[in-house]
Design a protein around this ligand. Sequence first.
Ligand code: ADP
Ligand code: ADP
Length: 218
Amino acid sequence: APALELRDITAGYDRRTPVVRGVSLTVADGEAVGLLGPSGCGKSTLARVAALLHRPWSGTVRLSGRPARGFRHRAPRELRTSVGVVFQQPRLAADPRLTLADLIAEPLRATGRRAEVPERLPELAASVGLGGDLLTRRPHEVSDGQLQRACLARALVLRPELLICDEMTAMLDASTAAALVAAVEEYRRARGAALLAVGHDRVLLGRWCDRVVDFPAG
Ligand code: ADP
Ligand code: ADP
């Protein structure tokens, strides 16, 4: 089954004006799809629907053939954990009280897999280029790039079948951006995972995606 099937999704916030209107999009198993469009056109909203973080007004979401029967806290855990998400602004996504190590490991703890932390943490930190001493710091003690590395590691810690990167590199310098894209590519090679990458730069998206779809996709 495809990693992600969005069928005729309409979604919005204020109950009057939808920001996503009747959009369908399929990401095949193991495929990398770029979602391209100008700022404000609804890409992040669609990405949040795909990650089960925002309930659409209508339409259906399937992850590896399994229909989403709930959104946000009502989404079944096994479905929620099959998608990893990285957002544009790591400071909004990261709990400021947690060390980077705790941030990365939190999904393991939350799913009763605390025992895997000692094995997974060093391997994951290395895969995103985070040195050991950074892991004991909190978000305000590291750069945006270092924090985004931790956010990517956190998105990968449960080995999702689908990774959604919503403008993951938009805030980063070119070398950090390249390192994070390389880490995603390495994960996908090892795991055969699919990718939905949201962005506004066709050349950058084209470099790491099998195909690029102009939003709104039909
Ligand atoms: P993009 O990712 O393409 O920049 P978004 O999905 O973030 O687009 O936004 C689409 C539209 O929805 C914009 O007009 C934006 O202001 C609005 N919007 C986004 N998030 C929210 C929200 N949480 N509440 C209300 N309006 C929102
Ligand atoms: P639901 O799908 O249940 O309606 P939302 O996806 O609308 O939930 O809410 C997701 C998150 O977006 C919430 O934590 C909410 O606080 C936040 N949010 C609401 N309005 C805005 C806005 N205008 N800009 C950014 N974030 C917002």
